[in-house]
Each structure stands twice: as C-alpha cells, then as structure tokens.
Design a protein around this ligand. Structure first.
Ligand code: MTE
Length: 320
C-alpha cells in the first residue's frame, strides 16, 4: 500500500460480473438448498473448500438492503484475487499463498475494559450472531474500489456480546500473529501484528460490520477469513483481517499504518475526495474491472449514516 501501486485493476470491463448474474447464481444456490453447490459454479473455486468449512451451512445469509444496494457488484474473481494482505506479501496477488493459513480452530480473545475478559471459538461466536448479507462499497486509500456482498453481523452485536464497561472509548482489533505461515510478519520494518481500531460510537454505528462471508459463502482466506472488519465509510486499511483479539480501552490506539507513516495515515481515515493523500489525489477511484475512473464520494457515499459521528470531532484529522 505504502510503496508499490500495481495496476492490476486495469482489466477489461467485460470481466465484471453484473448484479443480475450474481443474483441468479445466488438464487440457484439457495434453491438447491446447499451452499456447497456453489463450489462448482464459475468463479467460486477460489474460496475456501466449503465442504471442509463447518460454517458453510450459514450461507448465503438473508440480504439486508437498508444501506442501499450499490451496483454493479464487482466480479468475484477480481475481489478474491486482487487483495491487500501484507502478512502474505506486498503485492496484490497473495491469494494462493493465503490458502496456507489454518483457520480452525480459531479463538478470539476479548480483553481490556469489559465486564469479564473471555475467549471464544469462532464457530461458537458465529452461532450466537445475527447473520445477514450487505452489499457495500469498498474504497482503498490507493484509489481502487469494489462493490461486494459481505455476509456477517453488525459490529454492534459483537460489542454488546463483549459487554464493555462504561469507560471504554475504543475497540482495538488485531490480526493473528503467525510468521511461520504469514511470511510478511518476518519483515521487522512493519509493526506487526496488524492492528486497527474504531471509537465505540463508530463500532456501534449500524453500518460497521464484521464479515464472515463473501459472495454468499464463507469468506476466503485472502479476504480475511474467518472474520474481518468492514467499515465502508473509511479507507480500506481500517478493515483488519483475520481477527484474533478484540480489546476495549479508553486510549486511542496508534494502528498499523499510522505507526508506519503518521504523516500519511491516521486513526479516523474517513473517505473524502477533497482531502488528498500527501502523494496522490483522492478525488476519483478506479472500480476493479473497469477502465474508467469515477468520482469518489464523501464517506464513500455513506454520509447519511455516519456524518453525525463527527460533528463534535471537527478539530481532528478526520480524513487521513
Ligand atoms: N488486514 C491485514 N491483517 N493486513 C493487511 O495488509 N490490508 C488492508 C485491509 N485489511 C490489510 C488488512 C487494506 S490496505 C485493504 S484495502 C483491505 O484489507 C483489502 O481487503 P481485500 O483484500 O479483501 O480487498
């Protein structure tokens, strides 16, 4: 993200999946009553081996479109083969290497300012959460973007489940530390493990989401399996993948990119086309699979849901 800007998004328009094609495929999978049937369909082979995934029966989840249904949906093959995941390398084509990550058993540690710290297995957590599907825009700080159907649960449900105390102001999430598989973590120039955070009022805003699925099936390892944050009004780097730790604190965390380069990346990182990155404009974006750039929207188009979070924070650097 910081150094290299590959132009892998410059793929022909014809490779983008239209929403109707995605919906038809989804209807077919649902009609068959077997999420697993999707594995035989074009473009689906890149995700986890669904037969081996104990959460496969949860998908596809019922779609909730209260935040709109932006379209057209990005081709699955693009969203699952063009990734940022520095633990597996600094270029975009890490999806094969990411398959080496073991995602079961998977334990999430809840700590800090909570009534009682605890650990919970991913499948136990998933069984307790209200699953749904949401189609969100995703805007990377590097200026590529996509529109994808995430499945998972509102971050608010996770926060409530963790029972933070009244003094908690931030929630901080961390990626697994496993340098033997995540070779990028051997590079001591980066402040591993990847850490990101939200203020509590952001985390409990309806829009904040924990994704456990993508394109109607368990999320692939390259996209952050088994669970990752999705805060679609912020630049994509906030969306920490492969979460193993959720900590509540009253101190604002200094997260991965801010630690690395505080002159370019901050805590709030809300999308704003009028505030350029120090090295490039944020005015437009390139949807994956499209040859054309399109205008970027403030809060990535979600201002009606989140702008109110920042009315009393105007003095802060909200857009970097
Ligand atoms: N999480 C971890 N652990 N490591 C990363 O390198 N990259 C971030 C974010 N989450 C990253 C991460 C960035 S810069 C982006 S744009 C998104 O993941 C990309 O998500 P995607 O690969 O699913 O599109």
């Amino acid at each position: 993200m910081l150094i290299k800007r590959l132009r892998g998004w410059e793929l022909p328009e014809r490779r983008a999946t239209s929403e109707s094609l995605y919906l038809n495929r989804r209807a077919l999978v649902q009609a068959m009553g077997l999420g697993i049937a999707g594995a035989a369909l074009p473009g689906l082979a890149l995700a986890d081996d669904k037969a081996a995934d104990p959460s496969a029966h949860f998908y596809p989840a019922k779609r909730d479109d209260k935040f709109g249904t932006p379209g057209p949906i990005t081709a699955e093959r693009l969203a699952t083969t063009y990734n940022n995941y520095y633990e597996f390398g600094t270029d975009k084509s890490i999806w094969r290497d990411a398959q080496a990550l073991q995602i079961r058993p998977w334990t999430i540690k809840v700590s800090g300012m909570v009534e009682k710290p605890f650990e919970i297995g991913f499948d136990d957590l998933l069984a307790k959460m209200p699953l749904e599907e949401r189609v969100y825009r995703h805007r990377c700080v590097e200026t590529w973007s996509m529109i994808v159907p995430w499945s998972g649960f509102a971050m608010k449900a996770l926060v409530e489940f963790c029972k933070p105390t009244g003094s908690a102001k931030y929630v901080v999430m961390q990626t697994l530390s496993k340098p033997s598989v995540m070779f990028g973590q051997k590079d001591f120039l980066y402040p591993w493990p990847y850490t990101e955070g939200l203020a509590i009022d952001e985390a409990t805003n309806d829009l904040a989401f924990i994704a456990t699925g993508l394109y109607g099936k368990p999320i692939g390892k390259q996209n952050g399996a088994p669970l990752r944050l999705v805060a679609p009004w912020k630049y994509g780097f906030k969306n920490v993948k492969a979460i193993v730790s959720v900590e509540f604190t009253d101190k604002r965390p200094v997260c991965f990119w801010e630690k690395l380069q505080s002159s370019e990346y901050g805590f709030w990182a809300n999308v704003n086309p009028q505030v350029p990155h120090p090295r490039w404009s944020q005015a437009t974006e390139k949807p994956l699979g499209s040859a054309e750039r399109i205008p970027t929207q403030i809060y990535n188009g979600y201002g009606e849901f989140v702008a109110g979070l920042y009315t009393n924070r105007k003095s802060e650097k909200l857009f970097m």
